[in-house]
Design a protein around this ligand. Structure first.
Ligand code: GLA
Length: 401
């Protein structure tokens, strides 16, 4: 039998369903069954690292929570406000983690309360090794104590890094962190950050809700190209509650053009990636805000089927067709032009996992219906698009009923 892309998608879907049945509801003895499924769709929020590095403070985080609401990002689905490295300075005589008293004079609980008052969720950062990547105290040997502290503070999401962990076993250490979170009595999303060094796609789906697949992103086109390519390799293991994480967004940080940022955001959405903004939400241009709040693109990322889209066709001249099956029976299609000059490409239903036949086609950046065609026209089985250099055309194709 000829193995068409449509067939491959059905197989991928069946594999995902069987795998999630085999995984079972929760690990025995973990108490996790008391909690709802965490991260049923990829987490969305803001993280301080890409733009602010160690320059974090109570004022900054409150400002980001305010801006998340006033910019429309909260309404678009962004939820988590996450402080990355450098909020912590020490442990006290009982071993309890201590926040920087100058930068966080009100303490972390008051900050978490403030974020919650804005209708948002609060996240924090630690490391499974002895120190964080910036040399602050890590959680090694303090997993239970830290999880209890986070629960007391009202933390909802924890990114757990992997510096100062050379001699440690990643699946083992992250499982200890997971179990500590479960014992804490509060649902805590576990964001695993070991950069894909220990093949997390083979074990992390029963440990955390998301796991980094690559080294750190930077605000440049080559970084987007490289990370998208690497993250695409692990497409089959993603699904509701367990996501590949190609790192936080650089949209709006200044190192790429608007077309490049649209491509970055579209690829992350096509890959069902966590959408963690990494720019200064308080000072965004309208163009950047329009990218981050594009509801039609976000709907693709957040689609309830939770299938990670993948490259279905590489034209070989720098143009790729990516496709993501959607819960309504249609597909999101991202035609990605890696070249500097514009390019034309066909999207064939047969390439993107759809049956031939009339379909509605919507351009998710132009916010335009390109039409529904009857069997006599090009929309019966294909469509031709022009894609800007270093850019995308992102479509939603829905079979007409
Ligand atoms: C690592 C992580 C980054 C960030 C820094 C903080 O490099 O991969 O995302 O958290 O540490 O020090």
């Amino acid at each position: 039998m000829k193995r068409t892309p449509a067939f491959s998608f059905v197989v991928a879907l069946l594999v995902a369903v069987i795998a999630s049945c085999a995984r079972g509801p929760a690990t025995p003895g973990s108490g996790a069954s008391a909690f709802p499924l965490l991260a049923a769709t990829p987490p969305m929020g803001f993280n301080t690292w890409n733009r602010f590095g160690c320059n974090v403070s109570d004022t900054l985080v409150r400002g980001m929570a305010d801006a998340m609401v006033s910019s429309g990002m909260k309404d678009a689905g962004y939820q988590y406000v996450v402080i990355d490295d450098c909020w912590q300075v020490d442990r006290d005589s009982t071993g309890r983690i201590v926040a920087d008293p100058e930068r966080f004079p009100n303490g972390i609980k008051a900050l978490a309360d403030y974020v919650h008052e804005q209708g948002l969720k609060f996240g924090i950062y630690t490391d499974a090794g002895t120190k964080t990547c910036q040399g602050r105290p890590g959680s090694y040997g303090h997993e239970d104590q830290d999880a209890r502290t986070y629960a007391e503070w009202g933390v909802d999401y924890v990114k757990v890094d992997w510096c100062y962990a050379d001699s440690l076993n990643a699946p083992e250490r992250y499982t200890i962190v997971r179990d500590a979170f479960r014992k804490s009595g509060r649902p805590l999303v576990l964001s695993i950050c070991e950069w894909g060094q220990n093949d997390p796609w083979e074990w992390a789906d029963t440990v955390g809700q998301l796991w980094r697949t690559t080294g750190d992103i930077y605000d440049g086109w080559q970084s987007v190209l490289w990370i998208a390519d690497a993250n695409n390799e692990h497409q089959a293991v993603a699904g509701p509650g367990h996501w590949n994480d190609p790192d936080m967004l650089e949209v709006g940080n200044g190192g790429m053009t608007l077309d490049e940022y649209r491509a970055h955001f579209s690829l992350w959405a096509t890959m069902a990636a966590p959408l963690m903004a990494g720019n200064d939400l308080r000072h965004m241009s309208d163009d950047i805000r329009d990218i981050l709040t594009n509801g039609e693109v976000i709907a693709v990322d957040q689609d309830s089927l939770g299938i990670q889209g993948r490259v279905v066709l590489d034209r070989g001249y720098g143009v790729q067709v990516w496709a993501k099956p959607l819960a309504d029976g249609g597909a999101a299609v991202t035609v990605f032009n890696q070249r500097a000059d514009s390019a034309r490409a066909y999207v064939r239903w047969a390439d993107v996992g759809l049956e031939n036949g009339p379909a509605t086609v919507r351009d998710l950046w132009a916010h335009q219906d390109l039409g529904v065609h009857d069997d006599t026209g090009v929309f019966a089985d294909r469509l031709r698009v022009r894609v800007p250099g270093h850019g995308v055309v992102m479509l939603r194709i829905t079979p007409a009923r």
